[in-house]
Design a protein. Sequence first.
Length: 258
Amino acid sequence: MRQGFLIVNHGTLNNEIKDKTITEFALSVSDRFEDAIVTYAYTDQEVRQRLREQTGEKVRNLKAAILNMKEMGVTDLAIISTDIHDGTDYRRLKEETVGLAALFSNVSISAPLLYSEKDYELVARATHGAFSELLGDDVLILVTTGHKTDGAEELAGFEKSLKKYIDKGYVASLRGERRLYKVIKELKQNQIESGRVILVPMEFMAGKSVENDVSQEYTDLVQRLIDDGYTVEEAFRGLAEYDEYQRIYLKHLYDSMR
């Protein structure tokens, strides 16, 4: 048997942030499975193309990475999702993996961060652990992409759990029903019309030059809160930079392999 692990992410050109997230997470997996092959794939074609043009680095897409695992002699393949919820990207990952599953003796696919009601509680506790010292009695807003049909149930369930640990904890989405302006409206209805807000991008990786929607719009979200009278503490880091969230992704990996 030869075990292989494939971390699947949207991708980035920023090597420093990649090292803090994907590389660090890959090392965590390697520490637990010493003889396994651990690598990663980027799903965004534009990111892969720009990497080749700018640095010469060739990062495989999901299908090519799976086929490469087969070529390296992997018999048992574990796909590690870095998604936040069960949306279009995760479903596409599953479809592509299942289409090639016959190449291996065993194939597993880990769940996104927020996949079940148990996850809501785990991630809420992880959020409290990651930010309680910084937070104090201030407002915490986590913002993710979200869509009207993708992730709404998971995000609502997570926010409900979050408030058990952080009573001023909120979840906003860029594309879903719960946009930031609705969270701001709720804050004002709760007579929280000023004060400090900790704004956290709810993405596996995040940063000013990271190519996901939340990272690209983060500065505008900060300004929106400032314009509404709040002082913003920027926590502009991906969730994978916090041990608390890495442990949940690892738990999902172990669960998928049982």
